[in-house]
Design a protein around this ligand. Structure first.
Ligand code: AHR
Length: 633
């Protein structure tokens, strides 16, 4: 077979931020995941105040614990505990989020807010292994007494590794002490930020060089009802003032009970912006449009009460970009970032539909565009790319000249293959597309029934060649969801799996990474018999030039069980170098998975290639996806 690539002609520009990531606090993505806090329910605000905690009271007279609610005085963090002790055996244990991951030789940073009338109590801190040994020990002697709350920290080093440890505080001495925000972080957080993010998980993202990071979801933007929607203003500033809510994903799933899943907002909007900046991505916040999740209550804000929602959007732009003389720009500076974050876009609504969405969206759009005419707004068109609802909404959004329309598809592998040409005939003269959530699901009626095997990643890669070929229309795309904790997931497949100590990338991770690290600058034509390559002989392909790195990059998948010999005819004036290479993902087993034990089962293998007289002959392995790189001068 001969594939002709025209190496000169740019048929579309590739947006520098085309391939991004979708982040949601689902599957313990944030709390219990990338937000590195190790203690569950640190501020006693879960539905049952002592969820995650066990009181150790060996003898009746050794101590007492009281949960105190000061809701008039502190509305965002009303509860604290009051401990009265007699002897040093009284204590509290925290089970962590499905255990606490402890690493030998690593420093652990404990902190607590306390208040005590008179000195007298000292805190003994212990990490306890799953077989009940002390594997790390420290202490904290409160430095002050009086009526004021004081925050104090203490660090200590772990002596052993354990993925499922617990943490215990024993109270030495006699007296009374009030405690709140009892916290433990590993000493190796991302960029060593105190109370920061899990470095191994952030590194997985940074390695992808994602063009954007979409946050905070997903359905948690909407909430099951409006009271539990995501409100960014409640997620910034001192963590003790960030009001916790139950996570919308605290649900029974796959015969497993709801995992006591709450949002502490320790990873809040400031941290999201900071993360995006750290890994060189554009920030893409999605805001509630005045509607709760339509798969749940479907509650909507009355139209004449939409102002606070719209104001949140306007204020967010000021928070991200405003001068430090503005109210919200000053807030950003006070939080430690005087420089603007250079926010360029936001989404209004997630998977919302119907006239009620269009009415609310119109109000947001008018207000935001009046103040920020060049700011890009992403509109949502839902989850059923073949349904009437989706198409009707899409038409309305296109008629209203939406900047970008967010399409979601969780569909079987054959749907992905059939839709690789989905945008080839899409109108060029209007709204652009953001494929904001997608993943191959084995059976569309059984969401979460499968893990990402090689078949799903290969089908996603094949569809992505179609997104890339149409980069003038499809300007951004993100696979979803991103993270899942092996002991606490509610949705699968997911791109990256973690436990308390490790991470691994699924085959989809490597597909996504190959696209985002080889995005190029310009789409060029790749044709088989004069046609776009959208499944002929099971082949799917696209090509770009990268004018910065000076490379031709061809992406091609062979979805058949046979090897295929391809002659690439590299037409055009470019002076090609003779040596290049190909990064290849392949497996003869479509069910092949990656795992903690075998994280690289499906991962790119690099081989050299030789280009002679503008021709390249290559054998594509059965069930393979290849990224071919040909340098030019
Ligand atoms: O990615 C998981 C969920 O799928 C998201 O929260 C929602 O937007 C979609 O339905």
């Amino acid at each position: 077979k001969i594939i002709t690539i025209n190496t000169d002609n740019s048929i579309a520009k590739v947006q520098p931020n085309m391939w991004g990531v979708f982040f949601e606090d689902i599957n313990f993505g944030a709390d219990g995941g990338v937000y590195a806090e190790l203690l569950k329910n640190r501020s006693f605000e879960f539905a049952k105040p002592l969820m995650g905690w066990t009181v150790q009271r060996p003898k009746a007279n050794e101590g007492e614990l009281l949960v105190v609610n000061r809701k008039e005085e502190n509305t965002t963090n009303p509860r604290y505990i009051q401990v009265n002790t007699e002897k040093g055996n009284f204590g509290l244990s925290n089970e962590g989020f499905k255990g606490i991951g402890v690493k030998k030789g690593l420093r652990y940073d404990f902190s607590v807010m306390y208040r005590q009338k008179a000195p007298g109590i000292k805190l003994r801190l212990q990490l306890i292994s799953s077989d009940n040994k002390i594997i790390g020990e420290g202490s904290l002697a409160p430095e002050t007494s009086g009526n004021e709350w004081k925050k104090q920290s203490a660090s200590f080093t772990a002596k052993e590794t354990d993925a499922k440890a617990k943490f215990t505080i024993l109270f030495d001495g006699k007296g009374q002490i009030d405690l709140d925000m009892i916290s433990l972080f590993p000493g190796d957080t991302w960029k060593n930020r105190p109370q920061g993010l899990r470095a191994d998980m952030v590194k997985m993202l940074a390695d992808m060089k994602p063009g954007f990071i979409r946050f905070p979801g997903g359905c948690i933007v909407e909430g099951t009802d409006l009271a539990n929607r995501y409100q960014w203003k409640k997620t910034i500033g001192p963590i003790e003032n960030r009001q916790l809510i139950m996570n919308r994903w605290n649900v029974e799933f796959a015969h497993r009970p709801a995992p006591d899943y709450y949002q502490s907002f320790g990873l809040g909007f400031f941290e999201y912006f900071q993360l995006a900046e750290d890994i060189g991505s554009d920030a893409l916040p999605i805001l509630n449009c005045g509607m709760a999740c339509q798969f749940n209550t479907g509650e909507v804000a009355a139209l004449d009460e939409l102002d606070p929602y719209v104001q949140d959007a306007l204020d967010l732009i000021e928070f991200a970009n405003g001068d430090t003389n503005t109210k919200w720009g000053k807030m950003r500076a006070d939080l430690g970032h005087p420089k603007p974050f250079n926010l360029k876009m936001m989404g209004i609504g997630n998977e919302n539909w119907g006239p009620q969405y269009l009415e609310r969206l119109a109000i947001f759009t008018k207000s935001i565009k009046a103040k920020y005419p060049d700011f890009k707004l992403i509109n949502s068109s839902g989850t059923d790319p073949e349904g009437d609802r989706f198409n009707l909404l899409n038409t309305s959004l296109r008629n209203s000249k939406a900047d970008l329309i967010d399409e979601h598809y969780y569909r079987p592998a054959d749907w992905f293959l059939k839709n690789a040409g989905r945008y080839d005939d899409y109108p060029r003269d209007g709204s652009k597309v953001f494929v904001g959530e997608y993943a191959v699901h084995a059976d569309r009626n059984v969401i979460g029934s499968n893990r990402n095997n090689w078949q799903s990643a290969l089908a996603a890669a094949s569809l992505m060649t179609g997104l890339e070929r149409n980069a003038d229309v499809v300007q951004m795309a993100s696979y979803a969801p991103l993270f899942a904790h092996i002991d606490a997931w509610q949705w699968a497949p997911d791109m990256i799996w973690v436990d308390n100590l490790n991470t691994y990338g699924t085959p989809d991770y490597y597909v996504q990474k190959l696209f985002s690290t080889n995005k190029g600058t310009d789409v060029i034509a790749a044709k088989l018999d004069g046609k776009n390559i959208t499944g002929q002989d099971g082949l799917y392909a696209s090509a770009v030039t990268d004018k910065i790195s000076k490379e031709i990059i061809i992406k091609i998948s062979n979805t058949t069980d046979k090897a295929q010999n391809i002659d690439f005819n590299l037409a055009g004036k470019r002076s090609l170098k003779t040596k290049g290479f190909v990064d290849e993902l392949s497996s003869s087993n479509l069910n092949q998975l990656n795992s903690f034990e075998n994280p690289d089962a499906i991962s790119p293998k690099r081989n050299p290639i030789i280009i002679k007289n503008k021709k390249l002959a290559l054998t594509l392995k059965p069930y393979s996806f290849s990224v071919i790189k040909i340098p030019f001068t």
